[in-house]
Ligand binder design. Structure first.
Ligand code: PLP
Length: 451
């Protein structure tokens, strides 16, 4: 319960913090959880309460909250060279090494990297790159961007327009020219009697119809998360990218894989596109890129886009875009360390090892009459709550059942995320079997209380 005294942390948080992405009735009743520190996958609040974080922060703290190597990499670089941009012909040695590493671990034979401070900015940057290169190639009208309903690509005006969430209408978004296809969620969107393969074929046909209706020469690019993350952890239906990519290629539309969540190990593969067997034209990366120890995003361009953007830039002698902290040396040093930690110190391997154990727990929860679907990939999963399983009828929105489950989990010392009608679990890559057991024990105790 909320500490009502005027000098409580909760009251102080309310007084001067403008909350984003926060359910205000929950804050009104319970107050903000004010955190002081973390140990491994646990975080601790000002009252000394301990929480197992089943969210990895916001999908990003994959190495836990006290990784000595990452903190040391940051400290060493702060001591050596605390900050610089990557423009005007200058950049730090760390940034040079990071670009080499990112191209090396990318699915591309060659490529180039551009840095931002966040995933939203990386998506914005990619859209500007597409507009820039199509314009330079004499196709000024190629400006429309296609994404999917329920996709999440960020919060800046452009990336929020790409995001297919209804809540963005409060901002008057999407901007014109941002188009959204059906969410590729077979369980919810599949028609009665339709097989998964038929569902995929229908979505591919929908893409082609949209391209022809809008005019192929008006489309700048197609962006997709390999697994929709903030849309509620929705893996694509069978053969989805294999069906869509040839259509995009036929009409000269670049395919951009938004790997802000899926990248660097979350699915059990280095990239989500690798997990689903396709090679995109560019990758958007953030979050795990620095294991959450520095705000950083990156656009990783494949060979064709690199060459075309290089030509477009040379035509006007520069690419006029960048952020003050693009290619920050501390971020670059941390990212180099994070990639090493994830790929070479057993974290990615641990995701692969733990996935069957995690999935078995998820599937077991389907025995609960109010859990309609248990879905996921690697160490990301969602449990969708339903009032009636047979008809998949959701709970009435005003009950906000997932919010109640998540709040009850907090009371049990577990942080998990309510998303729509689903509870999302995306543990850190350092979880062990006993953390998974603890996570599900606490979640099941909360489910018993709520249903
Ligand atoms: N793209 C995806 C797939 C994301 O999940 C997110 C954030 O959750 C973003 C982009 C935006 O990243 P940021 O919050 O760093 O701007």
């Amino acid at each position: 319960m909320k500490d009502q005294s005027p000098n409580s942390w909760e009251a102080r948080a309310d007084a001067h913090s403008f909350y984003g992405f926060t359910d205000l009735p929950t804050i009104e009743n319970r107050g903000a959880t004010v955190l002081t520190h973390g140990r491994g996958p646990y975080v601790f609040d000002v009252h000394g309460r301990q929480f197992l974080d089943a969210n990895s922060g916001l999908w990003n703290m994959v190495a836990g909250f006290d990784h000595a190597g990452l903190a040391q990499a940051a400290k060493d670089q702060y001591d050596r060279f605390p900050g610089y941009h990557a423009f005007f012909g200058r950049m730090s040695d760390q940034t040079v090494m990071l670009s080499e590493k990112l191209v090396e671990v990318s699915p591309f034979e060659s490529g180039k990297v551009f840095y931002t401070n966040s995933g939203s900015e990386a998506n914005d940057t990619m859209v500007k790159m597409l507009w820039f290169l199509h314009g330079s190639e004499g196709h000024d009208q190629r400006r429309k961007i296609i994404t999917r309903k329920n996709a999440y690509h960020g919060v800046t005006a452009v990336s929020a327009s790409m995001t297919g969430k209804p809540y963005n209408s409060v901002f008057g978004l999407p901007l014109p020219g941002f188009l959204h296809l059906t969410c590729p969620h077979y369980w919810r969107e599949g028609q009665p009697g339709e097989t998964e393969a038929q569902f995929t074929a229908r979505l591919a046909a929908e893409l082609e119809e949209m391209i022809l209706r809008e005019g192929a020469d008006t489309i700048a690019g197609f962006f997709a998360e390999p697994v929709l993350g903030a849309g509620g952890v929705i893996p694509p239906p069978e053969g989805y990218f294999q069906a869509l990519q040839p259509i995009l290629q036929k009409y000269g539309i670049p395919l951009i894989s938004d790997e802000v969540i899926c990248g660097f190990g979350r699915t059990g593969h280095t990239w989500g596109c690798e997990a689903y067997g396709f090679v995109p034209d560019a990758i958007i990366s953030s979050k795990n890129l620095t294991a959450g120890y520095f705000p950083m995003g990156a656009v990783i361009l494949g060979p064709q886009l690199t060459q075309r953007l290089q030509a477009a830039s040379e035509a006007i002698e520069e690419f006029p875009h960048g952020f003050t902290a693009s290619g920050h040396p501390v971020g670059s040093a941390i990212a180099l360390k994070a990639i090493d930690v994830i790929m070479n110190e057993g974290l990615a391997e641990n995701v692969r090892r733990l996935t069957p154990y995690f999935e078995a727990h998820m599937q077991r929860l389907l025995e609960n009459p109010n859990i309609g679907e248990a879905r996921g990939k690697g160490l990301m999963g969602a449990l969708e709550a339903v009032q009636d399983k047979g008809s998949k009828t959701p709970f009435a929105a005003e009950l906000s059942v997932s919010e109640r489950i998540a709040n009850t989990c907090t009371d049990h010392g577990l942080i998990c995320r309510p998303l729509g009608q689903s509870i999302v679990l995306c543990p850190a890559f350092i979880f062990t079997e006993s953390h998974i057991d603890e996570m599900f024990e606490k979640l099941e105790a909360a489910l018993k209380q709520v249903f």
